[in-house]
Write a new protein. Structure first.
Length: 316
């Protein structure tokens, strides 16, 4: 995809970018970022191979303004481009070792990642150090990088990831800012309403993560004061996946934990629209609006209306 870079002129709300705190961004990166290390054959270069590292965040096109906000946070470095040929995804990436060192690393040194992604970050940082010393141009350095590239991200065993997260368990502390950022990436909000055969309104927030991160999910569960168990997610066919979920059902926890946390640290992706619908329904229920037929019908109408108008594409 040539000339696929997006510029501020491509989005409708560049003057109104979402804002966030550094810790919130780290939570978001625990959910949505990727630390890429690649070694590819390049006959013309020294040793015949080229090493490339990249910090990447890929989102649905509806959340493109979040990427511009993140790019701004990192001092305007990196590029934003289409993330796939169907143009349903957008991608922010930084691949200059200098920009990674000066802009990306300080964030994660200040607020370390707390999911098993931190292991990828640590490997990525080792490669960066090797590249900075030019040791990637020696066969010894290249070998070290090759071995890292083999395991980083998807190449590690489940047990390796579990052992890693166990080793950092004591440093995993859930904070509101981190949690809101993480939920912006890896949660979903469901508001289910029906008027017949009986009036029903179910609110559910699910926070999901791969099963190797069960320690993290357990800490989130405790932080929110939930008593229900962490459960495996099932896909649309009803098959159990390797994703585990913390699910919030109790109204009191929606009202006293999720809403205040996610209002204080607003979502930066298009998920903010789902959150607003959910938060408004909670507010109306707290006021007792659902107790009368008329009030309940108004809630249903509001939810259906929101469903129709949300997720507007933000690319011009
Ligand atoms: Ca994720």
């Amino acid at each position: 995809m040539k000339n696929s870079n997006l510029t501020p002129a491509d989005i409708t709300d560049i003057d109104n970018l979402p804002s966030f705190t550094p810790e919130q961004l780290v939570g978001f990166c625990d959910a949505e970022s990727c630390f890429y290390v690649g070694v590819s054959s390049r006959p013309k270069s020294h040793l015949g191979f080229q090493v490339r590292i990249q910090f990447i965040i890929r989102l649905g096109v509806d959340s493109v303004s979040a990427l511009f906000a993140i790019q701004k946070y990192f001092g305007g470095v990196g590029t934003i481009s289409w993330g796939n040929s169907a143009k349903t995804a957008v991608q922010f990436s930084i691949n200059s070792t200098k920009d990674i060192r000066n802009k990306v690393i300080p964030l994660f040194e200040l607020f370390p990642l707390i999911s098993s992604k931190r292991q990828n970050y640590e490997d990525f940082l080792r490669v960066l150090v090797i590249m900075e010393s030019k040791a990637h141009l020696t066969s010894k350095g290249l070998d070290v990088i090759r071995n890292i590239a083999k395991v980083i991200n998807t190449g590690r065993s489940h047990q390796d990831k579990v052992s890693y997260i166990e080793s950092i368990a004591n440093s995993i502390v859930i904070t509101p800012a981190w949690l809101s950022g993480f939920m912006d990436g890896d949660s979903n909000f469901r508001v289910f309403v029906q008027t017949s055969p009986r009036r029903r309104c179910d609110l559910r927030v699910a926070i999901g993560q791969n099963s190797h991160d069960i320690i993290l999910l357990e800490k989130i569960r405790q932080y929110l004061g939930l008593t229900n168990k962490i459960v495996p997610n099932t896909n649309y066919k009803g098959t159990i996946t390797n994703v585990l979920q913390v699910i919030v059902y109790p109204f009191k926890i929606h009202q006293t934990k999720i809403v205040p946390i996610c209002k204080t640290f607003s979502f930066i992706t298009s998920k903010s629209q789902d959150f607003e619908t959910y938060a408004t329904v909670i507010e109306r229920i707290a006021q007792g609006q659902h107790l009368t037929t008329e009030g309940f019908n108004q809630i249903v109408e509001f939810v259906l209306q929101r469903r129709k108008t949300s997720n507007k594409n933000k690319i011009v």
